[in-house]
Design a protein around this ligand. Structure first.
Ligand SMILES: [Zn+2]
Ligand SMILES: [Zn+2]
Length: 297
């Protein structure tokens, strides 16, 4: 009780600064407490029961979170974002390409294979993302990657996990492979954002009370052998040339016949993940699917 009162006072005296727009805002103290409790290992945090009560976790046609990605986003980002920036999150929604996940401009109709996938089929099976790479999500990913705000790993990881169980059966993967960074970039940044986004999935599912068979994560099999210029600002053709032969496989026996979930932060043209998928399949993988936090439009 005392802690609760202290938190309320703390919130009133020291409002939080929104990570995206920098404005000060007040977060309901209980939301922060629940998230912190979850983060520190409480088994039955209110946030988890809230998820269950409001049937975010109810399975309808196998989808657990259908239409609820913005809800998940709002809950987990509460300690970091003001209301305006929270509502600036745009989920990926149908109609989209049933293969590469491209979001169609028209908001009418069913999912279908896009022209580009028909012209040059992708090496991976399907690609899916949680949100559109714009506004709030774009700013958050920048904070996370370039400003070292690693406290975003768990909320963003939860968002990514939500997108995962929205599109795949939890048991459908043998291995998670985060897109690797070059060793030089890894040294500069100190962490691989894609790895941080999946590292805590087991803990996240405990907090959410979702049954989850731990999918092993492998950061040794796929390696970046060549330093590549950042893909940002490059056109499609330049991106393809820039990324060609940038990856190789080490200890290929680990991926023989395996169903692999390749994870990256942003899907822009798909050049990077497609190149990774090509190398993984050549190395013996049975199937490669792609999951990213954001999708460029
Ligand atoms: Zn804001
Ligand atoms: Zn497509």
């Amino acid at each position: 009780m005392l802690i609760r009162i202290a938190n309320t006072f703390k919130q009133a005296l020291f409002p939080t600064r929104c990570l995206v727009c920098g404005s000060f805002f007040h977060t309901a103290a209980h939301k922060i407490r629940d998230l912190e409790a979850g983060a520190m290992g409480a088994n039955h945090s209110n946030i988890a029961s809230e998820f269950i009560e409001k049937p975010v976790l109810t399975s309808t046609n196998g989808n657990y979170y259908s239409d609820n990605i913005p809800k998940v986003f709002g809950k987990w980002m509460a300690p970091f974002l003001c209301q305006t920036c929270t509502s600036g999150f745009l989920p990926v929604e149908s109609p989209q390409c049933s293969r590469c996940g491209m979001v169609f401009k028209s908001r009418q109709g069913e999912d279908h294979v896009c022209g580009e996938c028909l012209d040059s089929p992708k090496r991976f099976q399907i690609a899916r993302s949680a949100g559109i790479y714009k506004d709030t999500l774009m700013a958050l990913i920048h904070c996370f990657k370039y400003k070292g705000k690693t406290q975003l790993a768990r909320p963003l990881g939860t968002l990514l996990f939500t997108a995962f169980i929205n599109s795949w059966d939890k048991m459908s993967m043998d291995l998670i492979v985060p897109v690797p960074l070059h060793v030089k970039k890894m040294r500069m940044r100190g962490f691989n954002p894609s790895f941080l986004l999946v590292k805590d999935w087991v803990r996240i599912t405990e907090i959410l009370h979702v049954e989850f068979a731990n999918i092993p994560i492998d950061i040794t099999v796929l390696k970046r052998r060549r330093w590549t210029e950042p893909q940002t600002g490059l056109g499609r053709k330049e991106r393809l040339a820039n990324i060609k032969n940038a990856f190789h496989i080490r200890n290929g026996s680990k991926i023989k016949g395996k169903r692999i979930l390749l994870v990256d932060d942003v899907y822009t043209t798909g050049a990077t993940v497609n190149e990774c998928a090509k190398v993984l399949l050549k190395g013996g993988a049975g199937q490669v699917d792609v999951l990213t936090l954001a999708r460029a439009v």
